[in-house]
Design a protein around this ligand. Structure first.
Ligand SMILES: Cc1cc2nc3c(=O)[nH]c(=O)nc-3n(C[C@H](O)[C@H](O)[C@H](O)COP(=O)(O)O)c2cc1C
Length: 125
C-alpha cells in the first residue's frame, strides 16, 4: 500500500474475526518498531504479544481501572480487547527514556497501527 494511502485509510477497528494471526505476520508487524524515532535514539521499547485469554482479561481490567475516561466520554467499553485474537503490548523502559517515555511509546504504537493497516488487518490503540 502506498504510504499516504496507508495513513489516510487507517481506522480504529473494534470487531474482530475469531482467527489466529500467524507469528510470521506478527513478527513483520512488530519489526517496524525498530525503525521508529525515539528520544536521544534510546530505543526503549519491549513489545509483548499476548494471545492467552487470561492475560487479555487482565489487560482489559487494567484499561478499565486506569483509563476510565474513554469509557465514560466516548462510550467505548473496550470489551473488544478480550475478543481480539492478539494484543500487542508496547512497553517502554523508563530508565532508558526517563522524560520522553510517553512520546516514544506513542510513536511505536502509531507505527504498529500503520503496519497492521498495511497488511489488511485492524486494531486500535
Ligand atoms: C491516546 C489514545 C487513547 C485511545 N484509547 C482508546 C480506548 O481506550 N478505546 C478505544 O476504543 N479507542 C481508543 N482510542 C482510539 C480513538 O478513539 C480513535 O483514534 C479516534 O476516535 C479516531 O478514530 P480513528 O482511529 O478511527 O481515526 C485511543 C486513541 C488514542 C490516540
Amino acid at each position: 500500500m502506498e504510504t499516504i494511502e496507508c495513513i489516510k485509510s487507517r481506522r480504529s477497528r473494534r470487531k474482530y474475526l475469531k482467527k489466529d494471526i500467524d507469528n510470521k505476520i506478527l513478527e513483520e508487524i512488530v519489526d517496524v518498531v525498530r525503525y521508529c524515532p525515539s528520544s536521544l535514539n534510546c530505543q526503549p521499547w519491549e513489545i509483548v504479544i499476548v494471545k492467552e485469554q487470561e492475560i487479555k482479561n487482565k489487560i482489559f481490567e487494567l484499561k478499565k481501572r486506569f483509563m476510565p475516561e474513554f469509557l465514560i466520554r466516548l462510550g467505548y467499553t473496550n470489551e473488544c480487547i478480550v475478543e481480539a485474537p492478539v494484543l500487542i503490548v508496547v512497553c517502554v523502559d523508563t530508565k532508558k527514556s526517563p522524560s520522553r517515555w510517553l512520546e516514544d511509546g506513542v510513536f511505536a504504537a502509531n507505527s504498529l497501527l500503520l503496519a497492521i493497516n498495511n497488511l489488511g488487518l485492524g486494531g486500535f490503540i
